[in-house]
Design a protein around this ligand. Structure first.
Ligand code: ATP
Ligand code: MG
Length: 450
């Protein structure tokens, strides 16, 4: 595939400034058949109504690389209102960055209007707003395809494809960077990160997912800008964290995030625990992410609750240590620490309650799984988080946090028939409860005048 790309590149003369490099039909690996029906219809409808419309972004990039696109995005010179009027089943979404979702059968196609730079003469408060630090709070200034290309994040993401003329339009030298396997930001890297710090996370995600290198200036500027990520709304960071961890290369992503000091912005307490790691924390997180990657690559489900439970486990253990010194029961200590760790984490990355609740249950099960004598084992097996709690226990054993043995017992128990289960459960010695010293009740003093 890359050989083909270099041929494409050499055969074309360099275009004039501002003109795209056009790779016409037959000279690139794309064909209209590779485009989803919905996306093709959207482009056709817009074109037949006189608008410019192209497929753009990740789908063109991935097809160039011979990969299956995750979704198909369309860019056009029609405004959101015009798109909305043209398609019956469509709606305008987003405020910061308006897009239109067009439903075609079971597909939802994201259609965006070409964006322009936020120069003063074009500014209108409703369409363009920036924070004091230069972050774009609204990005709804529309422009030409040329301007749109220069507003995109990386050169490889500024490729436009027209299924009707079957040509690829390269506005930012994206093909050359794809050929060299480089993530290359468009424009001045520091300015582009200041406008939208999430672009730093996107650079990491694509580097890990595609196995590309981050171009030198694109990489260096992250060092000066990484702290800006803390200004991004926690709800947006939650979406980005899921994208970072759910594409099948979470382990590589984790290493890159740490290398570029971005992990500590997303997971401050875990970063602190990892920095002072005296034992198994790093191994634990790495094993958890390796498992996540294996599951995703084999098409199995991964729940965010389990992922966050694993990523925050080192932070939880550190907090428990501090609480433990005040002598409460293990479950009380765990619950207090879990509450604090979760609340602190949600200030940065807003994990919805539907995930923090099961996350805490997975943690609590770690205290309950050793207590399996008699009927307790049967009750635990019925617990709706049992499977997640058991998988989590195996991770802890693999990472060397606890001695192996309990995991095998639970594996055998699940495989056993009813009578074997009975005998396994009755053979368990209940771990001795720590005896709590009862405080002596003070003996009432006799009144002095008696
Ligand atoms: P994926 O395979 O994850 O879908 P993608 O490149 O298509 O990758 P999207 O989030 O779907 O990513 O975005 C579509 C396109 O929109 C990108 O390719 C890029 O051109 C542009 N884009 C997305 N986010 C930004 C951003 N923060 N700044 C500038 N351009 C962006
Ligand atoms: Mg996409």
């Amino acid at each position: 595939m890359l050989k083909k790309l270099s041929k494409i590149f050499r055969r074309n003369n360099p275009p004039a400034a501002d003109e795209p490099h056009i790779i016409s039909s037959g000279r690139h690996p794309l064909s209209p058949k590779q485009i989803s029906n919905g996306a093709r219809k959207v482009v056709e409808q817009l074109s037949s109504d006189g608008y410019e419309a192209y497929l753009v972004g990740g789908c063109v990039r991935d097809l160039m690389l011979g990969l299956k696109p995750k979704d198909f995005d369309v860019a056009t010179d029609a405004t959101p209102e015009q798109i909305n009027q043209l398609f019956r089943r469509s709606r305008i979404v987003g405020r910061r960055f308006q897009i239109v979702h067009v439903r075609m059968g079971s597909e939802i196609i994201e259609v965006t209007t070409f964006r322009a730079h936020h120069t003063n003469e074009k500014k209108n408060h409703n369409d363009s707003r920036q924070s004091a630090k230069g972050m774009l709070l609204r990005d709804n200034i529309f422009g030409s395809i040329n301007e749109d290309a220069s507003r995109r994040d990386f050169t490889m993401n500024a490729l436009y494809y027209h299924p009707q003329d079957n040509s690829v339009y390269d506005y930012a030298n994206g093909l050359a960077d794809i050929e060299q396997r480089l993530i290359h930001i468009i424009g001045n890297p520091s300015d582009r990160y200041r406008e939208d710090p999430v672009r730093m996370l996107r650079a990491i995600r694509f580097a890990a997912k595609l196995g590309f290198k981050i171009e030198a200036n694109t990489a260096t500027a992250i060092t000066g800008a990484h702290k800006l990520l803390a200004d991004i709304p926690p709800a947006r960071l939650f979406d980005e964290v899921l994208k970072l961890l759910m594409h099948g290369q979470a382990l590589a992503t984790f290493h890159l995030l740490r290398e570029y000091q971005l992990f500590g912005i997303l997971f401050p307490a875990t970063e602190e625990a990892l920095t002072n790691d005296s034992g198994y924390y790093q191994a634990f997180v790495e094993i958890a992410l390796t498992n996540t990657d294996k599951r995703i690559r084999s098409g199995k489900r991964v729940t965010p609750a389990f992922l966050f439970a694993a990523l925050l486990w080192p932070a939880l253990k550190e907090r428990e240590k501090q609480f433990g010194q005040s002598g409460g029961s293990p479950i009380y200590t765990l619950q207090q620490a879990a509450g604090e760790v979760t609340a602190r984490q949600c200030q940065r990355v807003a994990i919805p309650r539907r995930f923090t609740m099961p996350m805490k249950e997975i943690w609590e099960l770690q205290l309950r799984l050793p207590r399996r004598a008699g009927s307790q084992a049967f009750r635990l097996l019925e617990n709706k988080r049992f499977r997640a709690g058991y998988d989590f226990l195996l991770l802890r054993e693999d990472a060397g946090e606890i001695q192996p043995g309990l995991g095998d017992w639970w594996t055998d128990f699940q495989d056993a028939d009813e009578s074997k289960r009975e005998s396994m459960a009755s053979a368990v010695q209940q771990p001795a409860k720590k005896r709590r010293r009862r405080r002596k009740k003070p003996t009432p003093k006799k009144p002095a005048n008696e």
